[in-house]
Design a protein around this ligand. Structure first.
Ligand SMILES: Nc1ncnc2c1ncn2[C@@H]1O[C@H](COP(=O)(O)OP(=O)(O)OP(=O)(O)O)[C@@H](O)[C@H]1O
Ligand SMILES: [Mg+2]
Length: 275
């Protein structure tokens, strides 16, 4: 059984064009999904619908066997953690520790358990040293790591990142991508990451491509990045690795199914050694 089942989901902010238009898909437990698509294609709206932050107009959302309706809303919300784009909007506490503790306090977790939980998750995101720091003194990447720790402390089954790296500098981006990859490999959590970062997409298990509120493609990164023309039509950036692979073909080197830069360089070496 899929962890998330979405059937004929529809949502409109106004009476004009639906932001999510009759979308159906399934999310398997433990996999890492990226969601891509042009600006306004409906990515954030789908994330908010799944997380119960917006109420669907029609269709079905079933999470862990439970329909997402008013009756199950709080049970389902507790299964999902969401991290947004702007690191400055995610802080509630006056220190890192308070911030990670915030959700726990709301769930009446006893103080003696709370310290252990805070330490565990601060360590998971590499922020133990900063537990007593003020959030304003942290870098964007560090703030996002604290936001992730706060979400993890609530023991969700599903993590949603809505462009969690897009406002960060290259170092912050790399830190957060590493945390996401580590969670994917070691935590068994199901991850949905909305991103414009093609390098991140390449490392995910499956990619959902949205176009004007509908699913245009839903496949492995290898399949999605096969066809440059389709990506251009969907108003997506053509990733560097795909341009590289296409250039190699022009010079008679077969890139096979390789989509990483390192793999393509290896193919190029092999081919030049054969000559
Ligand atoms: N609060 C809102 N009120 C009215 N319309 C909205 C609102 N939020 C989004 N929309 C519209 O709904 C559509 C889908 O928006 P959504 O934010 O889901 O797109 P997105 O794929 O996340 O885009 P981006 O890459 O810019 O974040 C767009 O046409 C957008 O203008
Ligand atoms: Mg968005």
């Amino acid at each position: 059984m899929a962890l998330i089942e979405v059937k004929n989901l529809k949502y409109s902010y106004d009476q004009k064009k639906p932001a999510v238009d009759d979308v159906s898909f399934e999310i398997e437990k433990g996999l890492y999904y990226t969601i891509i698509g042009h600006n306004g294609s409906g990515k954030s709206t789908i994330a908010k619908l799944i997380a119960g932050l917006l109420e669907k107009e029609s269709g079905e959302i079933i999470i862990d066997g439970m329909p997402l309706d008013r009756e199950n809303l709080y049970k389902i919300r507790s299964k999902i953690g969401i991290v947004f784009q702007n690191p400055d909007n995610q802080f509630i506490g006056s220190t890192v520790q308070d911030d990670i503790a915030f959700g726990l306090e709301n769930h009446c977790v006893p103080q003696e358990e709370m310290d252990d939980i805070i330490n565990t998750f601060a360590e998971k995101v590499g922020m133990t040293k900063y537990l007593h720091s003020e959030p304003t003194h942290l870098s964007g990447g560090q703030k996002q790591r604290v936001a992730i720790a706060g979400v993890l402390a609530m023991h969700p089954q599903i993590l949603i990142f809505d462009e969690a790296t897009s406002m960060l500098d290259p170092q912050g981006k790399a830190e957060i991508k590493k945390v996401i990859m580590d969670l994917h490999e070691n935590s068994g959590l199901t991850i949905l990451s909305i991103t414009h970062d093609i390098d991140e997409v390449v490392t995910s298990d499956k990619v959902m491509v949205l176009y004007e509120g509908k699913i245009a493609m839903f496949d492995t990164p290898e399949e999605i990045f096969k066809d440059e023309k389709t990506l251009v039509k969907l108003r997506l950036d053509v990733p560097y690795c795909l341009k590289f692979a296409n250039e190699l073909k022009k010079y008679g080197v077969d890139p096979g199914h390789e989509i990483t830069t390192e793999g393509l360089v290896e193919k190029l070496w092999q081919s030049s050694l054969k000559k």
